[in-house]
Design a protein around this ligand. Structure first.
Ligand code: PDD
Length: 281
């Protein structure tokens, strides 16, 4: 069944959805995006995703294609028209179409596209098994706090991880783990979650924030600081967070087992707490 995609004011079958070849998202990766998970047909933590979208747009001096309340209405309509029960809603904003020029266009109208992906987020086999990661140099640009569609470095790192027989890559800069290719990276040491502090070096994950809040409410301590690959390999547990992964255990780093190579209790508890919260959305 063909999905229904939203493109600049209209809902059309995906085969008919088109943007201009002069769109700056295509020519310059001049665009931003958000991914909101959908559970039981409802958007999870969407206000936080829209707040981050607003910030990404402001950082790039890009106008919003619609007021946020209208964007949210389109999000809901896209989920409804596709009958999406569980999966993800992707929202992409680009600066719009303009004749090719490195200078920012004065006139371009930002474009807005939304589409869905149906997939099992809660019954994810990787939650019981855990995932393997390999570490790779972080060659992305220096403003990773902005959720841009400039994803080539992350995409190449993901493929290199798959080619190496792993599931994902953890990116490393100056000896410290920054984040996964499309998720935030965390470890657990002596019962304390260690997670990189917020800065321009990483995306300020919405799931990371929710999980740290749930940890705090559940009496699990956390420390926001950078950690090395050696520290991660020697940790009791490691895990990732994202809108589509929720909380997933990392049981192998560069071929070395973490915490005996099995998902640990803190990670499993955080996943359960997050799933419970997502279901209440
Ligand atoms: N990725 N870091 C990076 C580089 C990401 O791309 C993502 C999300 C995260 C986690 O952020 P959040 O918890 O807000 O999803 C961290 C999405 C899922 C994607 O690109 O598909």
């Amino acid at each position: 069944m063909s999905r229904i995609v939203y493109v600049n004011g209209v809902f059309v079958p995906e085969e008919e959805a088109k943007v201009s070849v002069f769109d700056r998202g295509f020519l310059f990766a001049d665009g931003v995006y958000e991914v909101t998970s959908v559970v039981d047909g409802r958007l999870v933590d969407n206000a936080a995703h829209l707040a981050r979208l607003k910030r990404s747009l402001a950082e790039l001096k890009m106008a919003s294609p619609l007021p946020m309340a209208e964007i949210e209405a389109v999000q809901r309509e896209t989920v409804a028209r596709n009958g999406l029960i569980e999966g993800a809603l992707y929202l992409q904003v680009s600066r719009g179409a303009a004749d090719r020029d490195f200078a920012l266009p004065r006139q371009a109208r930002p474009s807005l596209v939304m589409f869905t992906q149906s997939r099992a987020l809660i019954d994810n086999p990787a939650a019981a098994r855990g995932i393997a990661v390999v570490t790779l140099p972080d060659i992305r640009w220096r403003r990773r706090d902005i959720k841009t569609v400039q994803l080539l470095a992350a995409s190449l790192a993901k493929q290199a991880a798959l080619d190496a027989g792993a599931d994902d890559a953890w990116l490393v800069e100056d000896g410290f783990v920054t984040e996964g290719t499309s998720n935030n990276a965390h470890i657990v040491v002596d019962g304390t979650i260690v997670t990189r502090h917020l800065s321009d070096d990483i995306l300020h994950g919405i799931t990371r924030k929710a999980v740290l809040r749930l940890a705090g409410e559940g009496g699990v301590r956390f420390a926001e600081r950078a950690f090395t690959v050696t520290e991660a390999i020697g940790a009791d547990e490691a895990f990732i967070t994202s809108a589509t992964a929720f909380v997933l255990p990392v049981v192998r780093i560069d071929g070395r087992p973490v915490g005996g190579g099995r998902p640990g209790p803190v990670t499993s508890r955080l996943r359960a707490l997050y799933v419970e919260e997502a279901r209440r959305a």
